[in-house]
Design a protein around this ligand. Structure first.
Ligand code: FHN
Length: 405
């Protein structure tokens, strides 16, 4: 079976940005540092020796891997991707390659990836990890830190061979099956990217590798294409693709970022992405205590409630012939159109171009009795008569059963 089969059906996953940047949570020396939380070391040019001390303060005593996986599952998410190592280089897993890791350096002394991998297995959720293979502001040979290290003295090939590869081996051999390796900020050359990919496949032949492993990440050797952060394309995209996105404005926790997207926006984004053939990897940024911020938990639970009723119109669907529609979006399965009505039409009906298809039956997905809605043909169009008021103010799904003429 093709390794992307489950991923193509799964549609909705959880991204987790968690690291010692959650300790300063966007503040450095009593000042707010602008930008995304996990970039604080870079934006405030914090010297390695000073930044390292955050490890001593990182004690996420409230961390509960099972609970996090439950939050994901309850939201209708099918896999998680957690930052094993972000650009600050801090390792959120037990590694022999450096003591700059959660087990050796923090009072917590435990490997949270172990708990998460176990919980994912128990709950039937895919386990994946993010690994910053290019930027590493802590390692003298990693890229990106020019405030502690002289860029001319860096040996990036040595970093790949002697640090990245052995760490990936650890990650790929210690936690059971890993569904996704999420590389970020492309590896400098296509040859290095290819070599890394072969290395990864040796340990986990079925792993899905994200497009950003490759400098040509729009058409390179990754298994799927990644849009820019928070980017949703205007129309259908031919290849397999994903949008990763934030719920507020940061990936890693920032104590004062309260710009939470509404549940409505999150559901619309999910539907929009799925209607164009993509997957949605939605981020949470847990605190230094180890909890997912409540506004994220609440919104994810609400998306999950919507999916419990309307999941049939999301999971396992494919794109329709229609792009963005005036009133919403459309997803399909063989013999069915799912009309996602975001804006309830004032004339009480939705119109779709049926071309060569005919339909005699339509109903609301949320209606347990599946009562028929009136369907009329008008030339090549189908007109479906709707109830006067939108049953779901965010997205009411109308199922239209179609037959090819
Ligand atoms: O620089 C990172 C950023 O911190 C975050 O991890 C996002 C998620 O896609 N990726 C990078 C920028 O594209």
């Amino acid at each position: 079976m093709h390794k992307l089969v489950w991923w193509r059906k799964a549609k909705f996953g959880m991204f987790i940005h968690w690291g010692i940047y959650a300790v300063p949570a966007g503040m450095w020396k009593e000042r707010k540092v602008p930008g995304i939380g996990e970039w604080i070391m870079h934006h405030a040019r914090i010297p390695v020796k000073e930044y390292e001390l955050l490890g001593k303060q990182f004690n996420p005593v409230k961390f509960d891997g099972r609970e996090w996986v439950r939050v994901a599952k309850n939201a209708g998410m099918k896999w998680i991707v957690i930052t094993a190592k972000h650009h600050d280089g801090f390792c959120m897993f037990d590694t022999k390659l450096t003591d700059y890791n959660i087990v050796k350096m923090t009072p917590f002394k435990r490997d949270p990836l172990e708990d998460l991998a176990k919980a994912c297995k128990e709950e039937g959720i895919g386990f994946g990890f993010y690994y910053s293979q290019t930027l590493d502001w802590h390692h003298p040979d990693g890229m990106g830190n020019d405030w502690d290290y002289d860029p001319n003295e860096k040996n990036f090939s040595r970093y790949l061979e002697e640090y990245v590869k052995p760490q990936l081996r650890e990650l790929l051999t210690s936690y059971g099956p890993v569904t996704v390796l999420w590389c970020d900020i492309e590896t400098p050359t296509p040859e290095q990217a290819r070599d890394l990919r072969e290395w990864v496949r040796k340990f986990q032949p079925n792993i899905i590798i994200s497009g950003r492993i490759d400098p040509r990440w729009l058409g390179g050797i990754g298994d799927y294409r990644q849009m820019g952060d928070n980017e949703i394309p205007p129309g259908k995209v031919k290849s397999d693709w994903e949008t990763c996105a934030t719920i507020n404005d940061t990936w890693g926790f920032k104590s004062y970022d309260h710009n939470w997207k509404s549940t409505g926006v999150l559901i619309h984004n999910l539907v929009d992405i799925v209607s164009k053939g993509g997957n949605y990897l939605l981020n949470v940024g847990p605190t230094a205590e180890g909890t997912i911020p409540q506004p994220s938990v609440d919104r994810l639970a609400a998306v999950g409630r919507w999916l419990k009723v309307n999941g049939e119109s999301i999971y396992g669907t494919t794109t329709s012939l229609f792009g963005e529609l005036e009133w919403g979006r459309c997803t399909t399965k063989p013999g069915k159109l799912y009309l996602h009505v975001f804006a309830w039409p004032s004339d009480g009906q939705v119109r779709v171009v049926a071309s060569e298809s005919k339909s005699e039956r339509a109903y609301l997905l949320a209606d347990p009795k599946r009562e028929n809605l009136e369907v009329k043909s008008e030339g090549k169009d189908l007109l479906i008569k709707l109830p006067t008021r939108a049953p779901d103010p965010i997205d009411t799904v109308v199922v239209v059963e179609i037959e090819r003429c």
